[in-house]
Design a protein around this ligand. Sequence first.
Ligand SMILES: [Zn+2]
Length: 114
Amino acid sequence: MAIASSLIEIIKEELAKHGATRLVSARVCHGKLTNIVPEALRFAFEVQTQETSMAGAELELKEISVTVACGGCGTQFTPEHPDLFYMPCPSCGREFAHEVLSGKEIYLDHLEAE
Ligand SMILES: [Zn+2]
């Protein structure tokens, strides 16, 4: 899983930056539109960190809801069933071409190491 590898790379850099030798826990925020399956990511992380300084660390995953700004009227809303191709605007009914304000990002939010 490519996301797990890049995540591990980022964590590795952070650990080095702080002179830490063992990862205790990491919190990762992921937008709903990234289609991350928490169980799959957790599993990939576990497998790929075996026998490293990150082995056994707790991976906390926090989902970020989707917020878009309507391409027609500018109303900001959180679609109930986010899908890039069908998100009807609650005020004007426009269904697509909205600007995604949040929900596509994935980032390391917090890291605990020793
Ligand atoms: Zn609208």
